[in-house]
Ligand binder design. Structure first.
Ligand code: TXA
Ligand code: MG
Length: 349
């Protein structure tokens, strides 16, 4: 059985944090909110506890986990050969949606890092996450709390849908803020490399570090990314996802055409579109239509996109048509996830 505890982030009850931390200390699994997505936490120093994370998620064992910490000093006990760049970004972006890949110390079990010589570290900014990690007194290994391959969970309900019965508890603090996962930044090479675009943008990092490159393995469907997790089919609902690219005029014309064609084939359709496109579209006979807001507010779209992809599955949609975004700011994280959920299926309008 899985217990759900409601935890108001502005009034965190000690009792609940103690109980949840106790579960982690005893080798159990607790899902908890972060500012990005919900995480599935376990004692990051216990090989057995970490192994349970992989089983609960159905996660390939060669995909390493992020260790979550609540105190910067933990970096010294978990990582070594820490370059000055690491301190500069920690100072600026921690706590927050940035994960640093650094050479690992021996205390970290190989289950966490999937045998790599490096470890991913992150200090989340969500007060409930910080309270839990602090109380647990150990680094908390936590992937996103979804079944492997599905979109990451941005509410406790999403976690329940995927993992009920497989984990001890869920801390429910409502919907998460960023809605996409943290940026993974590799600091083990001569130059900083973004392995996964996320909540902290490339532009943010460049401001502090100067030159920052993006892992070339992320670019094309055939390339091999450096973050093991980026190579798997991911973020995908059951429904087929198709991206439609072009001006709002062309996209809306193409969507009308696609809706007609797929409806004729008996397909149930979901539309996840921006306000700019809906304006030109008017109403269409689809199973589910969502106006995700203006494309000028990418943060608003990022916050809800995973939930919307999941919702389309709930209402039994066969195919989801959605749009592309420019790669600026949060756009690069959003596009990274959308391209993967669509298996790189993009239609030019
Ligand atoms: O926002 C987040 O980062 C969320 C919340 C819960 O903190 N966590 C999360 O974890 O997204 P996960 O396991 O779903 O994704 C971690 C990513 C994977 O792509 C993994 O391959 C990569 O980080 N990663 C972890 N350790 C690594 C390492 N040592 N070297 C390269 N990539 C690593
Ligand atoms: Mg994940």
């Amino acid at each position: 059985k899985t217990l759900i505890w409601q935890v108001d982030p502005s009034f965190i009850p000690d009792r609940i944090i103690k109980d949840a931390a106790q579960i982690i200390k005893e080798g159990g699994l607790v899902a908890f909110p972060t500012e990005t997505v919900y995480g599935l936490g376990a004692n990051g120093l216990s090989p057995e506890a970490v192994a349970r994370i992989f089983r609960a998620k159905g996660r390939p064992s060669d995909n390493p986990l992020i260790l979550h910490i609540a105190d910067v000093h933990a970096v010294y006990t978990l990582a070594k050969d820490i370059p000055p760049a690491a301190f500069r970004v920690m100072e600026r972006f921690w706590p927050g949606p940035l994960t640093l890949v650094l050479p690992k110390q021996d205390v970290i079990p190989r289950e966490v890092t999937a045998g790599l010589a490096t470890v991913a570290l992150r200090m989340p900014s969500h007060p409930v996450a910080l309270a839990l990690i602090r109380e647990a007194g150990v680094p908390v290994a936590a992937p996103s709390a979804n079944r492997s391959g599905l979109p990451s969970p941005t509410t406790a309900q999403h976690v329940w849908d995927d993992l009920a019965g497989k984990i001890e508890a869920i801390l429910d603090s409502g919907p998460t803020g960023v809605g996409l996962e943290s940026t993974v930044l590799d600091l083990t090479e001569d130059r900083p490399v973004i392995l996964r675009p996320g909540g902290i943008t490339t532009e943010d990092l460049q401001e502090v570090l100067g030159e920052v490159s993006v892992d070339s393995g992320l670019a094309a469907p055939e390339a091999v990314p450096k973050a093991p997790g980026m190579k798997y089919t991911h973020y995908s609902p059951q429904a087929e996802v198709i991206l439609v690219e072009g001006t709002p005029e062309n996209v809306s014309r193409k969507i009308r055409e696609l809706v007609e064609r797929y409806t004729r084939q008996g397909k149930k359709i979901g539309l996840l579109l921006t306000d700019e496109t809906w304006r030109l579209l008017g109403s269409l006979p689809v199973t589910y239509g969502k106006n995700m807001g203006t494309r000028l507010n990418l943060a608003g779209i990022a916050r809800i996109i995973y939930g919307e992809l999941r919702y389309c599955d709930q209402v039994g949609v066969d195919v989801i048509f959605t749009e592309t975004y420019s790669q600026e700011g949060l756009g690069s994280a959003l596009m990274n996830r959308l391209l993967k959920s669509a298996g790189y299926h993009v239609i030019n309008a």
